[in-house]
Structure formats: C-alpha cells, structure tokens
Unconditional design. Structure first.
Ligand code: SAH
Length: 340
C-alpha cells in the first residue's frame, strides 16, 4: 500500500479536492503527522471519520522496522528493514550546532565507485520518499530530540532518484512538515551533469556537495566510473553555471586514499581545478572497509595536502570523524547484516 509519508502538501491538497473535500485538511493532516506524530488514523480528531476511512483504504501509516542501533560518542548508526525485506542505514551525528542525520536514498547504488562499500552490490531499487522521511521521524523518536541538519549522503546516488529526493526535501523543509531549513539540507552527488542542470531550477536554497575525489580525468575515471560519462571539464563548467544561477553553496568532497590521490601533485592539481570557483573543499579521512583494498592516508599526508590547498588560498576543512569504530562508512552495516 502507498504510504501517507510519500505525499507532499500540494499532493495532499489535490487528494482532498479530488475527493470533493476541503483543501485545508492537508494542513491539518501534516500537523498530525509531523507535529503530533500520530501512529494511527484513530488518533486524528478534527477530520471526519468518513474522510479518514477513505484515506486509510489508500495510505498506510506504517513505519520502517528498526533492526539495530549502534551508539558511540556523538554518533548513532541505525539499520532499518524496509517492507520488502531490504536494509538501509541512517547515521545520526551530534555536532555542537545540533543533530545532523545522514540519510540513504537508494538500496544499493549503480555508480560503482571503487572505494565505496555501497556500490559493491548494484542498485536494488530507489527509496520512496516515505522511506527517507521515516528515517528522520524514527531517529527523532529514538533520541527524543529534533534533528536540525540533513545530509543525503548515505547509501545511494540521490540524483539517480531525483523526483523522490526532491519531494523528500519539500516535505522536510515545509513549515508544517519537519521545518528543516533549506540551508541545513545538503544533497551529495557523484556528479550527474544533466541532473545538476535540472537542479538549478529547484527553488530551494539547499546545499550541493560534489564527490570529486580526484583532480584529473585519468585518476577520477579509475575511481569513479561516472567520470567517463561526465568528465571533469563538463562537470566544472556545469557547476560554474550552477553557482551563477543559484547563489547556493557548493562543497567538494575529497576522500584521501593512501598513495592513490593524496600526493603533493594531486593537491596542486586540485587547487588549479577549483581556483576561482566559490566553493570549499572537505577533505575526508577514508573509512577503510575490509573488502575494497584502499587505505586511509597517513595523518601527516592529510596535513600536507591541507596545507597545500591553504597555501593556494582554497577554502578547505578536514572532516571530523565519526563512528569509525562502529562501521559507519556507507553501506557497512547493510553489508554485515546481509553478509554481502
Ligand atoms: N552518491 C552520493 C552520496 C552517497 S556517498 C555521492 O557520491 O556523493 C557520500 C560520500 O561518502 C561520498 O563523497 C562518497 O564518496 C563518500 N564515501 C564512500 N565510501 C566512503 C568511505 N569508506 N569513507 C569515507 N567516505 C566514503
């Protein structure tokens, strides 16, 4: 059955109009779902029984099954089972500025990045909007606190599930939904150029993070097959246009892989590549996983890399690490659970 959490507020208004009913029920229903957090239609008091019965026939209120939570200092890792038995992960991080959640957008991933656990098995399916919304609702329920920041950086490529992800953003941003400010929402993509083009017209001030991971086509194509389809020059030109048009924030993510992309020459090339683009670079210490054969760069090498970017006047930060003790690298819990 379709989930009620799949509908944004306009779709709910259309639903009520279609049923010769009042549009404002959509506001009321959003309030019951996202403010009062009801778990059954019976708890809803200001909408008439007949209307609720109709809704109940078509839209389920059911939740995801929480299979496992691992808790460590400032980080919780959640493993959820979906209605069809598939597993996904969400990670909650407690920052000094608030609670931030990393949500999954697909079961598996087709992008095939060589260093990434999620891509080891192909995409099984896209997540529905509801399955993303529920990751947030159920983690909030577990921690009994609100989440202020959302990054779509879990399992999956969000731009390969474009419509559902955008609807998800509309729902969590809505003043009657979860009220998460658009500037507190980040989509992370490996760089699917036509979708970046499309995303320029999405009227929300959300952030875009681009997984770069290499400063030249030869290396990037080896690590990330998507680069063979949309090489760096095309990607960079699109991002420049994106920045001009939207004035939104862009971050470049760059995982440091020992001996692969962490040398001085790479840092210099990277500086050149993004010189003049108003963005910053987030250097990510690699979270090594058993199956893939990559190692994390030595700390001294990470510092060197950082210093070169700084010297070249690139805005750069090193990502604070969460959860390496509890398999928090993308896809690791799912892999363990399903013995992939
Ligand atoms: N498909 C999207 C979002 C999911 S991956 C994307 O490519 O951006 C989120 C980020 O985690 C990406 O930058 C990805 O390259 C990175 N990542 C994947 N495996 C990792 C690992 N083992 N350690 C650290 N970062 C990892």
């Amino acid at each position: 059955m379709n989930s009620i959490y799949n509908m944004d507020i306009e779709e709910m208004e259309e639903y009520f109009l279609r049923h010769d009913d009042k549009k404002f029920h959509a506001d009321q229903l959003f309030n019951w779902l996202y403010e009062k957090r009801v778990s059954s239609y019976e708890e809803i008091t200001n909408i008439k029984k007949e209307t609720l019965n109709n809704l109940k026939q078509e839209y389920s209120l059911s939740k995801l099954t929480l299979v496992n939570v691992e808790k460590d200092t400032d980080v919780n890792k959640y493993l959820f089972k979906l209605n069809d038995g598939q597993h996904i992960e969400a990670v909650l991080m407690n920052h000094n500025y608030g609670n931030s959640i990393c949500v999954s957008s697909q079961v598996g991933c087709n992008m095939g990045c060589k260093f990434c656990e999620s891509g080891r098995r192909k995409k099984v399916r896209n997540l529905e909007t509801a399955e993303m919304v529920l990751q947030i609702l159920q983690v909030e329920e577990d921690i009994k606190a609100r989440i202020s920041h959302v990054v779509i950086m879990g399992i999956g490529e969000p731009f390969d599930n474009y419509d559902n992800v955008l609807r998800f953003i509309k729902i969590i941003n809505h003043p009657k939904g979860l009220q998460i400010g658009s500037r507190h929402i980040t989509i992370s993509s490996c760089g699917i150029v036509p979708k970046i083009e499309e995303f320029m017209d999405f009227p929300y001030q959300v952030n875009l993070a681009i997984s770069l991971h290499a400063p030249n086509d030869e290396l990037r194509s080896k690590l990330m097959p998507i680069n063979k389809v949309y090489p760096l020059e095309q990607l960079m030109n699109t991002l420049k246009k994106y920045l001009q048009k939207t004035n939104r924030r862009i971050t470049f993510e760059y995982i440091l892989l020992d001996g692969i992309n962490d040398q001085t020459t790479h840092a210099e090339q990277l500086s050149k590549l993004i010189k003049g683009i108003n963005a910053y670079v987030n250097l990510i210490p690699y979270n090594a996983t058993d199956n893939l054969g990559f190692n994390r760069s030595k700390t001294i090498q990470i510092m060197k890399f950082y210093d070169i970017l700084k010297k070249n006047k690139i805005n750069v930060t090193i990502r604070r690490e969460f959860g390496s003790k509890i398999s928090a690298a993308c896809g690791q819990l799912r892999s363990k659970e399903e013995a992939l």
